[in-house]
Design a protein around this ligand. Structure first.
Ligand SMILES: Cc1cc2nc3c(=O)[nH]c(=O)nc-3n(C[C@H](O)[C@H](O)[C@H](O)COP(=O)(O)OP(=O)(O)OC[C@H]3O[C@@H](n4cnc5c(N)ncnc54)[C@H](O)[C@@H]3O)c2cc1C
Length: 479
């Protein structure tokens, strides 16, 4: 029996066969992250003027970088526009804050055996993520029978959601077994805010059921964001160049503060939350089916509170994942001693993460310290050297962590996979029916969009809408 506990960026995997063998461990994947300053894109610079191009790409996160690499490999010219002053989007490694890699966003490398980023880099710094997790009943460690009971409840709840999602698209909270007892809150946290950044009442069973089992995970010693940055090396990226408006009515034009970009195809990789927030406007307005689809795929909230804890004061292993038997939503998970180093990351998710993040970084680190103190029965404050917290939910260019379909709306992803007027493609983690919420899913969707755009361009004028009048200057730039 294989059981997947889905999360936007990863999935817990519990093998029924080895459940009891690994009493202190639950095979799973989660993620890490941290805080502080964004890194500037190193070897990547704006090397070309904004101009007439076959393809314009909006956003230089995983999807935008994948699309650009695919076009570059096919020698198709493109412009890659990034609104912020750094590449990577939600997959960025910060080395400035602590002097060691701190993945502010994605950290868990899912499906390493077929992860496209690993296929393209062959980094020696990749190592398998531990397959277990620990449980505490604060302030003590859970006993084996307690861990077994928790894992069994988690497995049953997850199975119930997956089974229900295969036949109907309902709120995941409604299909949970009724007998989860003292484990209910912990299970709801693990499957909801921790896994997908939203409470289960706001989560579609069908969306969760479509996420495949992902098996083992991996980590990169230099950080997942550093890996992505390596893959972007040499790409001409226009940093600090937001696409403000996309005119897709007749000729295709992207307005930026540095001037317009005329293109024959556009790939939009902006997150669903940023689209809802108006990070990019459309002329004419997007059709209702698209705006409904974007609204049906809000981003879950997930934040990382990184603490530098030299000397391993809680006696945990490298990359230990620790949960607690909780009561209520004010809880968290811990990724301890990241990569064997001094950083530990407290993960908060869902509405609690959103509210905490609004209270500011001090409140976030204050919560993390208080929570660790309760978990381990010892004043964590005296061990903390430095701290930092991410605030993805407040970032207007991102707006959260990973998309998750509202109940009844899992089909929205397919709507976004349909090109707009045959020449504007949406891409990014939200535009993947199974690998949503992950870097590898974003990468796949970017590659797919680039290939579709190239097919369109190769198809010539017949693929252009009848009303489309390309400006003359565009013609001379045709590939
Ligand atoms: C805290 C956290 C933990 C996570 N953990 C994991 C994990 O462990 N494993 C995993 O696989 N995934 C994880 N994820 C999810 C993963 O990071 C995302 O799924 C993935 O990085 C999304 O890539 P993307 O290209 O779709 O979007 P983004 O990374 O959001 O890229 C979109 C880009 O568009 C830019 N942009 C926005 N508006 C404009 C505009 N108008 N003009 C130009 N540019 C614009 C943004 O600045 C951004 O750079 C995590 C995410 C977070 C936040």
């Amino acid at each position: 029996m294989r059981i997947a506990v889905p999360r936007g960026f990863g999935q817990c995997r519990v093998s029924g066969r080895n459940l009891l063998d690994t009493m202190s461990t639950l095979s799973r994947r989660s993620f890490v992250a941290g805080s502080a300053a964004l890194i500037a894109a190193p070897a990547v610079a704006a090397t070309s003027d904004l101009a007439d191009v076959p393809v314009a790409i909006v956003g230089a996160g995983a999807a935008g970088i994948a699309a650009a690499r695919r076009l570059q490999a096919a020698k198709v010219r493109f412009v890659l526009l990034e609104a912020s002053n750094a590449i990577g989007g939600r997959c960025v490694t910060d080395t400035a804050t602590f002097g060691v890699p701190f993945d502010r966003g994605a950290h868990w490398i899912h499906r390493p055996s077929d992860n496209p980023l690993l296929r393209e880099t062959h980094s020696p710094d990749i190592y398998p993520a531990p397959r277990g997790q620990k449980l505490r009943i604060p302030p003590r460690a859970a006993r084996e029978n307690e861990l077994e009971a928790y894992l069994a409840a988690l497995v049953r709840a997850n199975r119930a959601i997956i089974d229900a999602g295969r036949v109907a698209d309902r709120p995941a909270s409604l299909v949970l077994p009724g007998d989860l007892g003292v484990w209910r809150d912990s299970v709801e946290f693990a499957l909801g805010p921790y896994a997908v950044g939203r409470p289960l009442r706001d989560v579609s069973t069908a969306d969760l059921a479509r996420a495949p089992e992902r098996g083992t995970d991996a980590f990169c010693r230099d950080g997942y964001g550093a890996l992505l940055t390596k893959l972007a090396a040499g790409l001409p990226v226009h940093l600090s160049t937001p696409a403000q408006r996309l005119d897709w009515g007749s000729a295709l034009r992207v307005d930026t503060p540095k001037g317009p970009v005329w293109a024959r195809a556009v790939i939009v990789t902006v997150s669903t939350a940023a689209l809802v927030g108006g990070a990019l406007s459309f002329t004419p307005d997007l059709p209702k089916s698209y705006t409904d689809a974007v609204a049906a795929l809000p981003l879950g909230q997930f934040e990382n509170i990184a603490l530098e804890l030299p000397g391993n004061p809680f006696g945990l292993e490298a990359d230990d994942v620790v949960f607690e038997r909780s009561s209520g939503p004010r809880t968290a998970a811990l990724l301890a001693n990241v990569g064997g180093g001094p950083l530990s990351v407290v993960n908060v998710g869902g509405d609690f993460a959103h509210d905490l993040s609004r209270s500011g970084e001090d409140a976030m680190t204050g919560f993390a310290i208080e929570w660790l103190s309760t978990m381990f029965g010892s004043d964590a404050k005296r061990y903390v050297k430095r701290a930092a917290a991410t605030r993805w939910s407040g970032d207007t260019l991102i707006g959260g962590a990973f998309s998750i379909a509202r109940p009844g709306r899992a089909a929205a992803r397919r709507v976004l996979m349909t090109p707009l007027r045959d020449r504007v493609w949406f891409a990014g983690e939200a535009v993947h029916e199974t690998l949503w919420g992950t870097v590898n899913g974003a990468w796949d969707s970017g590659t797919r969009a680039a290939e579709a755009a190239m097919r369109f361009i190769a198809g010539g004028e017949k693929a252009l809408p009848k009303s489309g009048k390309k400006p003359k200057r565009n013609r001379r730039n045709r590939q």
